[in-house]
Design a protein around this ligand. Structure first.
Ligand code: DON
Length: 622
């Protein structure tokens, strides 16, 4: 059991960048040009544009050509390219092109990474309504150029009227239909409080600067892209259950198609109230009234008092090290940072670089570590305000030593033989990610969610935004898995005003005490293992950031006792070898995660951005 300890130094290990120096990406993919031409055309043809006579139509078309030229020259690329996008000054990588370009504009106007992150977040609430949100929650990890680190926890929380057994029927059976969909599935939203608190404390711009782009996009509309059209179609049956959702997200009673213009007037009005009154524009007054009215339509629990009482929490980041790099990430109520750092502590002792990417040995080392870490997650992690989460112990190298002694490097240990570690009680005490780095090298890593695509499926009537279905992230019945198959216990049971446990893992890796990798992903229970593999790919496998993001992934979460792999990621030979080691190996349906990452090379000052080919994101830099 166990191998000789292998510790390398983050400072010397990465030779990634050298391989990419030639890769200055100037994307001119058709989709991007279409979007930007469309924006250009709308700007040029809108009534206020100062060219109205027929004679001037030539000027108009010249402007269109000018606009396309700018598009071709800008450093702005989507997932189709094989190399990272480079930029010198600042960069935004998000799940959606228009939102990335909104963040980029803020950086160009002199805003810092926090300003750009908040502007991108509000823009995603408009252009990426399947996961971007003001009706959900999230986490923001910040590392300021002067070395300060902090995080904002704006996770949703259970309404005050929530009860431990609210999703059990009279026979004590767990009703996933209620925790995953509809009125009871919604937690009290946190995104507006979190983004505005972060802006006020660490941003430099006023609310109107970061909110105006989102308001414009909601008011004037934007072209529905392929990804949004697809998920809207998939969720159509759910949309039809709620009149408010149909009012806001149906086009003449039918689903929106690619290329249609999605205008969201009610959402624009809600955003204007936030612009005018700040957090009160959401948590009090008309927006709060509309939200509570919507709740009353379907027996939901969120009250005016819940909204008024909601607070985003600024918290210290959780910290660890991996091969000489510093890792900063999100602590509870997310499990992401704690489990990621524990996994890195477990894996640091093996020479992953030599065992190599995608080999049976590397995969089984990761899988064994994942099983141990997810067993601990189920037992120990929950909202630290309600349960004494042993954070320090779980993050420590010593605790990892004890757990690592259980790792068999040759054969799979069945999950039934794996349990959580022993920690003395009461130690003291469809989601989307975006990464931003600015010209001062402030860095922001944000993951936000309404849980499933379009959350609960319910749009708040008159206010135009989707409500989350985050209540399903609680352990509605300890021992019964949630929609991601995750198990949980007392630590994550439902209690009034408690935040449900998350797997979101917004992370910043530091090298030489400077931001090196800004990374995160959606993907429910797979978020942590996805972020882990990107970190290993960069640090151990010396991939460039685009290769690290594109590379195929595996996942194990203890239960089910299955090693999941992505389509075409394991050769027959590797799969056979893993089966021989005792793994139940299965191809997952669909892909794993959608990473948005930035790597900073301090030697040449270049930012390298990568968006995941599994999604439709975009890197925007200058
Ligand atoms: O907070 C969590 O862990 C989940 N609600 C995240 C959901 C998610 O990533 C869905 N997107 N694919």
């Amino acid at each position: 059991m166990g191998d000789a300890p292998f510790l390398d130094n983050c400072i010397g290990i990465n030779r990634t960048i050298g391989r990419n120096n030639a890769s200055h990406e100037k994307s001119n993919s058709l989709a991007q040009i279409t979007v930007l031409l469309w924006i250009g055309q709308r700007l040029i043809t809108k009534p206020s544009f100062p060219i109205t006579s027929r004679k001037n139509s030539m000027i108009r078309s010249s402007l269109m050509y000018f606009f396309s030229a700018i598009v071709c020259l800008s450093s702005f690329a989507s997932s189709s390219s094989k190399r990272p996008v480079q930029a010198k000054h600042g960069m935004v990588v998000s799940a959606e092109k228009i939102a990335s370009s909104v963040g980029l504009e803020i950086l160009k106007e002199g805003g810092n990474a926090v300003d750009a992150a908040v502007a991108t977040g509000f823009a995603l609430a408009v252009t990426f309504p399947q996961a971007g949100n003001i009706g959900g929650g999230g986490y923001m990890v910040i590392r300021m150029a002067d070395g300060r680190t902090t995080s904002f926890d704006y996770r949703e929380q259970a309404p005050a009227k929530a009860t431990r057994d609210m999703f059990l029927d009279v026979n004590g059976h767990f009703l996933s239909s209620k925790s995953e969909q509809g009125y009871l599935s919604a937690g009290v939203p946190g995104s507006v409080a979190g983004m505005l608190d972060a802006l006020e404390k660490y941003g430099t711009m006023k609310r109107d600067q970061v909110l105006t782009p989102a308001i414009r996009l909601a008011e004037k509309g934007f072209p529905v892209g392929a990804g949004l059209a697809k998920v809207m179609n998939e969720k159509w049956r759910e949309f039809k259950l709620y009149s408010s959702t149909m009012k806001a997200f149906a086009r003449k009673g039918k689903p929106y198609r690619r290329g249609d213009t999605l205008i969201q007037k009610e959402l624009a009005e809600t955003l204007k109230r936030i612009l005018k009154d700040g957090k009160d524009g959401f948590y009090q007054g008309k927006t709060a009234e509309l939200l509570v009215k919507e709740m009353k339509k379907g027996g939901g629990l969120i009250s005016q008092e819940d909204l008024k009482a909601y607070q985003a929490l600024e918290k210290p980041v959780v910290e660890g090290t991996y091969r000489g790099c510093d890792i900063i990430s999100m602590g509870p109520s997310s499990s992401g940072g704690v489990v990621l750092i524990h996994l890195l502590n477990l894996l640091e002792r093996y020479d992953i670089a030599t065992s190599g990417f995608g080999t049976p040995r590397t995969i089984s080392l990761m899988a064994e570590a994942m099983k141990l870490a997810y067993a601990d997650r189920a037992e120990f992690l929950g909202d630290a305000g309600f349960y004494p989460v042993p954070v320090k112990k779980l993050l420590s190298k010593e605790y990892a030593d004890g757990r690592a002694a259980l790792i068999d490097t040759v054969r799979a240990t069945p999950s039934t033989e794996i349990s959580h570690g022993t920690i003395p009680p009461h130690e003291e005490t469809e989601t989307t990610h975006y990464s931003v780095v600015d010209k001062w090298r402030n860095a922001v890593s944000t993951t936000t969610t309404i849980n499933s695509w379009f959350g609960s499926g319910i749009v708040v009537g008159g206010a135009g935004f989707f409500l989350n279905n985050e209540m399903d992230d609680f352990s509605g019945k300890p021992g019964t898995p949630n929609q991601y198959g995750l198990l949980g216990g007392e630590a994550n049971s439902i209690q009034p005003n408690k935040r449900m446990l998350s797997a979101m893992t917004p992370t910043i890796v530091l090298k030489d005490n400077q931001p090196y990798l800004v990374v995160g992903s959606p993907g429910g229970s797979t978020i942590i293992t996805t972020v882990l593999q990107v970190v290993l790919n960069v640090i151990d496998h010396k991939m460039n950031v685009k290769e690290a993001v594109d590379a195929k992934r595996i996942h194990h979460q203890w239960y089910p006792d299955t090693l999941f792999f992505e389509h075409k990621s394991l050769s027959k030979k590797v799969a056979k070898s893993l089966r021989k080691r005792g793994y139940n190996v299965a191809e997952r349906t669909g892909s794993q995660g959608r990473v948005e990452a930035i790597l900073v090379d301090r030697k040449n000052g270049i930012l390298y951005g990568a968006t995941d080919p599994r999604g439709h994101g975009a890197v925007a830099g200058y």
